[in-house]
Design a protein around this ligand. Sequence first.
Ligand SMILES: [Zn+2]
Length: 253
Amino acid sequence: MFSKFPSTTDRVRNFGLEAAFAAALALGVATVAYAALPDVADKTKPVADAPVEVVEPPAPPPAFDCGDPVPGEKINSPFGLRRMPWEDHGRLHEGVDIAGPTGTKVVAVSDGIVKRAGQSPSYGRYVEVEHGVGLTSFYAHLGKIERGVKKGAYVEAGSPVGRMGSSGTSTGPHVHFEIRQDGKPLNPLVFMNREFATKEDLPLKLGAYVSPRVRIATVSEIPESKKALMEAKGKKGKKDKNGRVRQTLKFQG
Ligand SMILES: [Zn+2]
């Protein structure tokens, strides 16, 4: 049968469906109407006591909601004064180092706009993201910068900016992560995994504090570029019985 009109059976079936749909709709309306009826059984209740539903306005989004650049991995080297085996004096380690397997996703800690993405001899491949509260986040020693992560691009919190690597002056796969205020490095630890309702809540003073303590960092491997420097200075580095330079902190950069 090739009719352009629905067959009788089809029409009956359609009618059946429509009827069922209408009935369901009516039932829904009845349920809603019933739910909206006042509790007639409770006559003692004065009308004035009827619960008034207070609809609170949605809270505004926090000014800065900071996550973790490598969720699940720990900080290996903190922010603060640090002296590397090839250095004579302590120098400010301007961020935190988080180590992990090469290729691990390094994600934006908060929504923002990419300020710059590029390469430098010391930082290797890096990305800096502007967060609109006078702060930027900075990710360095990346093995790879994520596609599309370039100046002016919008990045969402938790989306990858690159992959963990060991580019630049680095002694092993890790990300060097910084929080900067107008280019000045702050201690990322006071921001990580915390949210701040307003700009005034940002712990800028605490973040700028640098302990006078100098951490003596020794590493598992001296970067090739620093070996000549150490030899020239007559520094050997203390080696343990396995021939490794003694370490308290594994990574640098
Ligand atoms: Zn570092």
